[in-house]
Design a protein around this ligand. Structure first.
Ligand SMILES: [Zn+2]
Length: 496
């Protein structure tokens, strides 16, 4: 149940904020008055679990005018999926990338794929969320889930930096570390969190120094967070302790004050004065482009090319390749990526490609409860519909992991379950020639080809895959056209 709250809670907050942000293209039935600056309006909502006050997450649309790209790394044998932002600043990007890659490396070392193929795969899922934004301070939090074969745990790690000067701040740069440590130890129980077994002694004389999360509430209170098992029994989830704004005020450094302000009253980091209240984008209205002509797959050698895990930084390049080849494709999108790249998602829809659901956060669905699966699916259906005007009818479960519960939830949501029968292993080889070779070698009539548009090497393979398969007499169609009339809850690996 805790986990249901963990991920699911992020979604409504993000969507709600998205509807309030000035530049958001999300439509709402009645136009809301534009606030001068995007702000956190959901003080009672929390976005991350933590057994106490937790920071709220902001809509990543707030970074729309920064050159932010989101990188992903995935693996199938060990179920690894991580996304993180990069800002085009050498020191900041090295710090962010360093955290994610070292966490992945540690996980791969600690939990290798079990030799028994029937044993459950270890899983690592690392998201990122925006905590705070201003021209001189951005805060993000890496939000992680890891399943190590027997038990699961959550982890988090906050990072603070100044995008204008490429400066990375350590937690000790934000506050007087000694004063905060002393305050944490002396906190009255109600401020220490609901956890009764809290034990700071393993952290030595400086509990603050061991904190994995440093952030603020919307009221300016300081939140200090710890990972599971760090200061309390592992069953207690992550723990946070809160120091009231009035108490913490004299403990804040200049950078700490900027961090506090950027979280209490976030503004577009590229603004110089107040946020320009640009008029809201029009409601996306997508008129699906008439497919050149209705293709008859009973007569032609049809195949479907599919792209998972996006949209991402290379998706627009991919769209130009598909257009050049006059090829319709199917994109299985992640809700969290649509949230970050709404304009790209809209461009995919406008180009007439099919859009399916790949869940919100790329978790192995077979490990989730029906309620959690439903939230992963419906939140993604909703954001795709809101941002593109398209209502998806296909689900591709992450890692191709399916059981009867997943199929049942897909049926309830009106989605057919679509796997693949040509795995190019593009995510593994990261090699354009090998990706092209695998696609041309393994594709047959009716094939569904799996690629990932979050990898540059995969996108680069697309022109040769298109040319190669067209030369062999294949016709590209969307998955729905390939399958004819896919039925909700039914699983497909290939078509006619
Ligand atoms: Zn995927």
């Amino acid at each position: 149940m805790r986990r249901a709250w963990l991920r699911a809670a992020i979604v409504p907050v993000a969507l709600l904020l998205s509807a309030c942000a000035t530049q958001s293209p999300v439509s709402s039935p009645t136009p809301e008055p534009l606030s001068p600056t995007p702000s956190v309006t959901t003080a009672s909502e929390t976005a991350l679990t933590g057994n106490g006050d937790v920071p709220e997450v902001l809509d990543p649309d707030l970074l729309e005018h920064l050159p932010v790209t989101v990188h992903s790394q995935s693996g199938y044998q060990q179920h690894i999926f991580a996304t993180w932002p990069e800002f085009g600043k050498p020191k900041i990007d090295a710090a962010i990338r360093g955290y994610y890659l070292s966490t992945i490396k540690q996980f791969e070392q600690d939990y290798p794929q079990p030799a028994d193929p029937e044993a459950p795969s270890p899983e690592l899922n690392l998201d990122w969320h925006l905590l705070a934004a201003s021209p001189s301070m951005i805060g993000i939090v890496a939000d992680g889930y890891q399943f190590a074969g027997a038990d699961a745990s959550d982890l988090w790690h906050s990072m603070w930096f100044d995008p204008s000067t490429d400066t990375v701040y350590q937690p000790a740069d934000l506050v007087n570390s000694y004063a905060v440590s002393t305050a944490l130890v002396g906190l009255e129980p109600s401020r220490r969190t609901m956890v009764t077994t809290l034990d700071l002694s393993p952290l030595g004389s400086n509990p603050y120094g061991a904190a994995t999360l440093v952030a603020f509430t919307g009221n300016g209170d300081l939140i200090v967070g710890f990972d599971e098992c760090q200061v309390a029994a592992c069953v207690e989830d992550r723990v946070t302790m809160t120091i009231p704004a009035t108490t913490v005020a004299p403990m804040l450094t200049a950078a700490g004050k900027r961090a506090q302000a950027a979280e209490m009253d976030p503004v577009d980091p590229t603004t110089t004065a107040s946020t320009s209240a640009s008029s809201p984008s029009p409601v996306p209205v997508v008129t699906p482009q008439p497919t050149a002509k209705k293709v008859n797959c009973k007569k032609l050698k049809c195949v479907a090319i599919t792209f998972d895990d996006g949209p991402g930084p290379y998706t627009k390049t991919l769209l130009s390749y598909l257009k050049a080849g006059n090829v319709p494709a199917t994109f299985f999108m992640l809700g969290q990526q649509v949230d970050t790249y709404p304009h790209t998602a809209l461009a995919v829809a406008k180009a007439g490609h099919e859009i399916g659901v790949h869940t919100w956060s790329h978790r192995d669905l077979t490990r989730l409860s029906p309620i959690q699966i439903d939230k992963e699916i419906t939140s993604t259906v909703d954001i795709i519909r809101n941002e593109t005007g398209v209502t998806p009818t296909l689900l591709r479960p992450p890692y191709g992991a399916v059981n009867s519960t997943v199929r049942k939830e897909a049926r309830k949501a009106g989605l057919a379950v679509v796997l693949w029968n040509v795995d190019t292993l593009d995510w593994k080889t990261r090699s354009t020639p090998k990706t092209v070779k695998a696609a041309l070698r393994d594709t047959r009539r009716g094939s569904i080809i799996l690629l990932h548009d979050i990898h540059k090497t995969s996108v680069a393979a697309v022109p040769d895959i298109i040319a190669g398969l067209q030369a062999k007499g294949y016709t590209f169609v969307t998955v729905t056209d390939l399958l004819g009339n896919p039925q909700p809850g039914v699983m497909y690996r290939y078509g006619r």
